[in-house]
Design a protein around this ligand. Structure first.
Ligand code: ASP
Length: 438
């Protein structure tokens, strides 16, 4: 029998109705053996995620503000779910233990992790499957870096003892102290990926509330086409540019073992969703996989005659950014010019200092700053082997009357990055999408 690891996000475990859908999904396929769950998320737009409420509880406790009422809101949600589902599990004793630990001044990570812990306790009772705590299985060093190989070994050894199991997402512990440590927000995706690698799963199914990735942002393109297949590397490019469906780090563990990820929709389980695979198993027919973009960016352009002969020029420019702790995105260069493209939020309050330091370090002829630039990534494995892609993009933008401020093909040749005025952002995405897809 094959092994599928299934992870259900916050919206898929938000209430009893969602949990019933989840049970149907798990039980309809005996290969779905390891179930990783998030804490209950939002049930409707203005609702609260349990994890946010837990963080608030801790903040109130730290400021000596009574938190009991808020804690009650949290426990009520779990109790209501258990009651509606008819699950008999002694939630009260878990609630009391958490309350005692809160009173004793537990860490923020501990309290945040209880959302997933209680969720997994409840789901394991509901599905009638073993509960396996990830606390001593997902391990970190003293600096908070994940011990990937030790984690893999610990998970593999423990899960070999359970044919089926439910595990909480989002947390592990420091190997030396045993104290709980949570991952970054949305980290249950990473837990699912670690589990999939450890049990050498055939597939990692990530169940959420959308039927996979779309070729473009639906707020910009009406009914964009879904992406059936995409490679890990393309997903990285699209996620970096703002397309978000999976935690950034979730790709790495499964990628090491060539395990595909399937993004699925708990509310539409019949939809095939998106399969994310390694490049070599990739269905290579289409040129374009997706378009994504972000704004605003700031472009600092530096001009100096004979710059190309000045050894160390670029290094000195980048050292200025490094000294100020600024991350940059692109550095298109000309013979006598160099531009640095930086997300504007990186430069908040720092722009004047950066410009001063650049003057001092480089003695340029001129420095210009252009703000309100949008960057767009056109991503596809097919771009590398298709002639005329850049021409098609530029023609589409010219027809739409959009001026291109920057055009750059990534070294991997799977993306074309372009910069346009922020006001042209949506128009540019529409023009490119229409040229390639419609
Ligand atoms: N519950 C955590 C969060 O809200 C982790 C997760 O859902 O993946 O960030």
């Amino acid at each position: 029998m094959g092994i599928k690891v299934v992870k259900f996000g916050g919206s898929s475990v938000a209430d009893a109705i969602q949990l019933k859908k989840m049970r149907q999904i798990v039980e309809s396929d005996p290969e779905r053996r390891y179930v990783v769950v998030s804490a209950p998320g939002k049930r409707f737009d203005k609702d609260n995620k349990i994890t946010d409420l837990l963080f608030m509880c801790k903040a109130q406790a730290d400021h000596n503000i009574p938190y009991e009422q808020l804690f009650q809101v949290i426990t009520d949600r779990y109790s209501a779910i258990a009651f509606t589902l008819g699950v008999t599990v002694d939630l009260e004793s878990y609630f009391n233990e958490i309350k005692d630990n809160m009173a004793a001044g537990c860490s923020e990570d501990y309290i945040a992790s209880r959302g997933e812990f209680l969720s997994a306790i409840l789901v394991s009772a509901f599905l009638g499957l073993d509960f396996v705590d990830t606390k001593d299985l997902i391990l970190f060093d003293n600096k908070g870096r994940m011990l990937t190989e030790e984690t893999n070994k610990a998970l593999a050894e423990e899960l070999a003892k359970h044919e089926y199991a439910v595990l909480p997402g989002f947390y592990g512990s420091y190997r030396d102290s045993g104290e709980i440590k949570v991952l970054s927000r949305g980290g249950s995706d990473v837990t699912g990926s670690l589990v999939a690698r450890a049990v050498n799963a055939d597939i990692y199914e990530n169940w959420t509330d959308v039927s996979g990735l779309l070729m473009a942002d639906p707020r910009i393109i009406k009914n964009p086409k879904p992406i059936d297949y995409i490679s890990y590397i393309e997903l990285r490019e699209l996620s970096y540019m703002g397309a978000s469906v999976l935690h950034e780090e979730a790709v790495f563990p499964v990628r090491l073992s060539n395990i595909p990820i399937n993004i699925r929709n708990t509310n539409a389980p019949e939809d095939p969703g998106t399969i994310i695979t390694t490049e070599n198993t990739y269905n290579n027919e289409k040129v374009l996989s997706g378009i994504a973009g972000k704004k605003p960016f700031t472009v600092i352009s530096i001009y100096k005659n004979m710059m190309n002969k000045e050894i160390g020029f670029v290094r000195r420019a980048l050292a200025v950014l490094e000294d100020q702790g600024i991350n940059f995105d692109h550095i298109p260069t000309g013979i006598d010019s160099l531009s640095v493209v930086i997300e504007s939020k990186e430069l908040e309050d720092k722009l004047d200092d950066v410009l001063k330091s650049l003057e001092q370090s480089l003695h340029p002829d001129e420095i210009n700053v252009t703000e309100d630039i949008a960057m767009i990534a056109v991503v596809g494995m097919g771009l590398a082997r298709t002639v005329g892609v850049a021409a098609k993009i530029t023609a589409a933008l010219a027809d739409a009357g959009i001026n291109i401020r920057m055009l750059n093909q990534g070294t991997s040749e799977i993306n074309v990055i372009l910069g346009v005025e922020a006001a042209d952002f949506e128009g540019a995405i529409r023009a490119i999408y229409d040229a390639f897809v419609e």
